[in-house]
Design a protein around this ligand. Sequence first.
Ligand code: FAD
Length: 472
Amino acid sequence: MVVGSGPNGLVAAVTLARAGWDVTVLEAASTPGGGTRSEELTLPGFVHDVCSAIHPLALGSPAFRDLNAGESPLSGYGLEGAHPDGQVAHPLDGGRAALVYRSLDATASALGADADAYRRLFGPFVDAGFDLTDGLLAPLRIPPKHPFDLARYGAVGIRSARGVARRRFDTDEAQALFAGLAGHSIMSLRSPVTAGYGVMLGVLAHVVGWPVARGGSQRIADALVAMLEDLGGRVECDHRVQSLRELPDVDAVLLDVTPRQVIALAGDALPARYRRSLERFRYGPGVCKLDWALDGPIPWTNTAITGAATVHLGGTLDEIVAAEDDVQHGRHPDRPYVLLAQQSLVDPSRAPEGGHTAWAYCHVPNGSTIDMTRQIESQVERFAPGFGDRIIGRHAMNTSAMERHDENYVGGDITGGVADLRQFVMRPTLGLHPWTTPLDGVYLCSSSTPPGGGVHGMCGLHAAREVLRRHP
Ligand SMILES: Cc1cc2nc3c(=O)[nH]c(=O)nc-3n(C[C@H](O)[C@H](O)[C@H](O)COP(=O)(O)OP(=O)(O)OC[C@H]3O[C@@H](n4cnc5c(N)ncnc54)[C@H](O)[C@@H]3O)c2cc1C
């Protein structure tokens, strides 16, 4: 039995069903998918990704690669990526912009004075490809499978994004590009390991690309559910589990929920020591998110940005560092770092003819109730004057709306807990098998376990493997 049908819950369910288990997924919401759901949030015919939109992690993850191989791959259940020409764009004032393309050389060449520095930083990691990214998504292993690649990555990745950007690059473009990539960590870019996020996401842009799911992120969930059903499993929606006691006697229960919910579900059954360590688990900042229906594409000053599905807004390295510092200190930045996706440019099925969709969010303090519409839209307008005139529909979600949509987003935290160095190794507790719990037959499979947030399904895969290891 799996509680929660996020990508991790569904990957766990499919993995067990493939191994011959009879699997039921119980989902509180009325549609499956957790963070991979799409809805017509603004106007009829405009399909918006409520949470995740951009899927380099899904494409790069061994879990999804495995499910997409073999005789009945996920693609056979209607899952297809829509790939942009430019993977990520980062505009700067004055019409300047940096872009990451699939080609390392094309990306580097466009960075002028930083071309060689970009090649030197990313080249060896891109050459390592899946040897590196699979290693980063794998359970802790001593010795690791590709020690040389991981050691090389660790030497850079352990550092702060700000430090690496300043030391490696001279131009505003390359520094800002790296800050934008690392900003996905939702931490201060002065913090250790934030460079690791920048490198990992940059490498994935070259190795697999940053696609959107054709038809909406919901297709990821729908394909996983269809595969599960073909394997004899089922998802029961509108079924919120209040306590583990209400579940039938089964061999294994996998919880696609975060530590705070584990405490609520397990009640007094949890040993005090484990309960205390779950109580110490820290949630990170939240997000404020906007979706727009537009009557035309976003009018970027630099027209090259139209070729990218993902755009990082926030200006220079120093501006993004300051914005993320504000959030860490409980403040709402006036010029936030904004992550924007323009899905309909690569996937016209997202909007009626002539129309377009866009999705954006910025980081805010955990539990914030402030509506950041003005600040987010000002950042878009800064690099695309006239954007406001294109808006024909708007939908905003603050942190409470986010948590109402998916209760795993505690206080608006979308990564299942802070992903700093400490919670990289203690996720949610210290140990070589963090997917297990002291409760017999109860496992954790959410992004609050390694390797953490994002749509990669690896937390679910690792948890399911723990189950299979204990029930050979
Ligand atoms: C605005 C936003 C943008 C994002 N952008 C991206 C992106 O572009 N790319 C990317 O890779 N990731 C992105 N993410 C992160 C990604 O969505 C999550 O990391 C991912 O969905 C986590 O998967 P999960 O299975 O661990 O949990 P979730 O997807 O959160 O699923 C948990 C499920 O459990 C259910 N549940 C919880 N409690 C119970 C209960 N008691 N009983 C029954 N069901 C329960 C919930 O309803 C939910 O369906 C984004 C998230 C947000 C919110």
